[in-house]
Design a protein around this ligand. Structure first.
Ligand SMILES: [Zn+2]
Length: 249
């Protein structure tokens, strides 16, 4: 069930009956020369729609928080950055609102952007003090990786094969297929003892990601995106059912 579909009357009948929230969070960020800067918004929104299709009234799907913390790539044209500490407070208050007024007990954050991770962890810790249990999911890591590797054997990250496929699946207008880079950009593979997200230097992003992508976007396809989206949504629904049956907490 989608929050934005409900009238106030319908909401009053739902409140207290659905205890699990899906909250997508994204950002506005450069994604190679070929993907829309809305990639990290439209991908988790599409996943949340698929989750709703599978889980129906077992979950309440919230509108996305579209602005995130985009420190590394903020100097690329089209990127937009909200400071991490502002995002913590904002996400916390969104969670608190669903806890206080919608009587939500469990929140699953479907995150589209790695730069949000620290803020989402801190917001979730704060929300835990209210009695709200929150799980933050990055669709490209943890349990997702194994499932998604069935479709894209080497899931490559930012605007690469996997993500470009997912964006493409949302709509053709979000990928300019005429300019998908043919060259692989492997700069972020393990040639350094620190990972990209660990290096906080203004010059580093433009050196490591000269065109704001990594991996092999030329292998992307809409069909791969459809399958990746389905696999990811299935895992989220499995988690929802675990949470609701008391098997997780
Ligand atoms: Zn992205």
């Amino acid at each position: 069930m989608f929050v934005e579909d409900l009238t106030s009357d319908k909401a009053s009948r739902v409140i207290g009956k659905i205890d699990t929230l899906i909250l997508p969070v994204g950002t506005v960020e450069a994604h190679g020369p070929h993907c829309s800067v809305g990639a990290d918004i439209i991908v988790p929104v599409r996943m949340a729609q698929e989750v709703e299709k599978l889980a129906g009234d077992r979950v309440l799907v919230a509108p996305i928080i579209p602005y995130g913390h985009t420190w590394h790539l903020k100097d690329f044209p089209g990127s937009h950055d909200v400071p991490a500490e502002v995002l913590v407070e904002y996400v916390y208050h969104v969670l608190k609102g669903f806890h206080d007024t919608w009587k939500i007990k469990y929140a699953i954050i479907l995150n589209g952007h790695g730069g949000n991770d620290e803020s989402l962890a801190l917001a979730s810790e704060k929300a835990a003090s209210l009695g709200l249990a929150t799980i933050v999911l990055d669709w490209w890591s943890g349990p997702f990786l194994e499932a998604l590797n069935k479709v894209v054997p080497e899931l490559d990250g930012h605007a690469g094969e996997g993500e470009t496929s997912l964006v493409w699946n949302v709509g053709e207008k979000y990928v300019d297929t005429s300019i998908i880079p043919k060259e692989e950009n492997p700069r972020l593979t393990n040639d350094t003892i620190a990972s990209f997200s660990d290096i906080h230097d203004k010059r580093y992003a433009s050196v490591a990601l000269p065109r704001a992508y990594i991996g092999r976007p030329s292998r992307a396809s809409m069909e791969k995106g459809r399958r990746l989206n389905e696999e990811a949504a299935k895992l989220v629904v499995e988690l929802v059912d675990k949470v609701r049956s008391g098997k997780l907490f």
